[in-house]
Design a protein around this ligand. Structure first.
Ligand code: KG4
Ligand code: ZN
Length: 359
């Protein structure tokens, strides 16, 4: 007798990520509900190209993607030991991000899909970060996502593939951007987060009384501009800075950021509980480069324990920008019968609320 519900099958997807300053290609095999098998996951960072400017230069990023993407695709397929013809689909980031870079990844992804006569999936970069929780563990919906990177600071409730509720976002700078600008101001190097963290280890976090923007307010929005300005004023008064000044400023800044994120995340947890009426333990997943900050991770561990959440912190290479998350988002969408036209264009802005889930 025919089975009305055929067993779910595995999909193999080639993923491409070029939305910012990482050129990344990955091959992942798997199916929703089971952690994925990462066959290859290559990331070429452009840190050195952008370091002299203290931030990402869009034109330099787009050129670097053009220079490296083709050979990275070949290397990712080779490492996965798979010809292009064996993949089930090609997925590429279509936004949000820098349009020049997005175009490079999209054109390449669509050309590969066309040549191999395979479906194409246009992936939203934010959704890919959010779904990474399901690539690394069998995380059921709903769960809370804290995305803290150089380009984004968001708290989201993931309800299903293509279904997200934005609980909070930044009103000005992203948190990673605040780390980068602070490090630049103090002359600590680029990207700033790891430098600030290293200096903070030796510093006194209570020496400077910096603001905790939005702390104590309703909702889960962030703001970092005021903190950045307060730090600039503090540092300017101290010039020339001693090593102790630098360490104390880094520690005070990091503590202010951790306090703010903890406060905002606590509110988001409450919003999620209110909406779901759930008393079970819920997962909270962190994503984005700032999630590698150990002081912040420790804070979130304690908060999660106190609020009845379990913290899922994917391994670092899957927290920062990568293509395994793009391939995985492709698998999740493909499994629901969703593919995209080869006419799909890049979207510099693409809020998660605008995701289209119609097959
Ligand atoms: O996710 P990501 O690799 O790229 C995107 O922005 O999408 O994040 C990079 C950001 C940079 O702003 C960097 O300074 C920050 O993450 N970052 C950190 C740490 N490591 C990276 N911020 C604080 N502490 C860190 N250890
Ligand atoms: Zn990202």
């Amino acid at each position: 007798m025919a089975n009305a519900h055929p067993a779910p099958r595995d999909f193999t997807v080639l993923g491409i990520e070029t939305s910012c300053d990482e050129t990344a290609v990955s091959v992942v095999r798997g199916r929703p509900g089971v952690p994925g098998d990462i066959r290859s996951n290559l990331v070429l960072s452009q840190f050195d190209d952008h370091a002299p400017y203290g931030g990402v230069v869009p034109e330099i990023a787009a050129r670097a993607h053009i220079d490296h993407l083709d050979s990275l695709v070949a290397a990712a397929l080779r490492e996965a030991d798979m010809p292009l013809g064996d993949v089930d689909a090609v997925a590429a980031t279509a936004g949000p991000g820098l349009v020049g870079g997005l175009m490079v990844g999209l054109v390449t992804g669509k050309a590969l899909a066309f040549a191999a006569k395979k479906p194409f999936v246009a992936v939203n970069h934010l959704e890919a970060h959010a779904l990474t929780a399901r690539l690394v563990a069998a995380t059921p919906f709903p769960y809370l996502v804290l995305l803290v990177s150089g380009g984004h600071s968001q708290l989201l409730e993931a309800r299903g593939v293509g279904e997200y509720r934005l609980l909070g976002t930044t009103l000005d700078d992203a948190v990673g951007e605040a780390f980068d600008k602070t490090a630049k101001l103090m002359g600590l190097g680029y990207p700033g987060g790891p430098h600030v963290e290293k200096w903070a280890l030796k510093g006194n976090a209570t020496r400077f009384d910096l603001p905790r923007p939005m702390k104590g307010r309703a909702g889960a929005d962030f703001s970092f501009a005021g903190l950045k300005t307060a730090l600039r004023q503090t540092v300017t008064k101290l010039v020339p800075l001693t090593r102790t000044d630098l360490a104390d400023a880094a520690a005070s800044f990091q503590m202010a950021v951790a306090d703010t994120i903890e406060d905002r995340t606590r509110n988001a947890m409450q919003m999620m509980r209110d909406a779901n009426g759930l008393s079970d333990i819920l997962p909270i997943v962190v994503a984005g480069g700032v999630a590698s900050n150990k002081a912040l991770r420790a804070r979130l561990e304690t908060l999660a324990l106190a609020e009845g959440f379990t913290l899922i912190a994917p391994p670092l290479p899957l927290c920062t920008d990568n293509a395994a998350m793009i391939a995985w988002a492709g698998i999740e969408r493909l499994a629901l019968g969703h593919t995209d036209s080869l006419a799909t264009g890049p979207r510099a802005r693409w809020p998660l609320a605008d995701l289209d889930m119609h097959p």
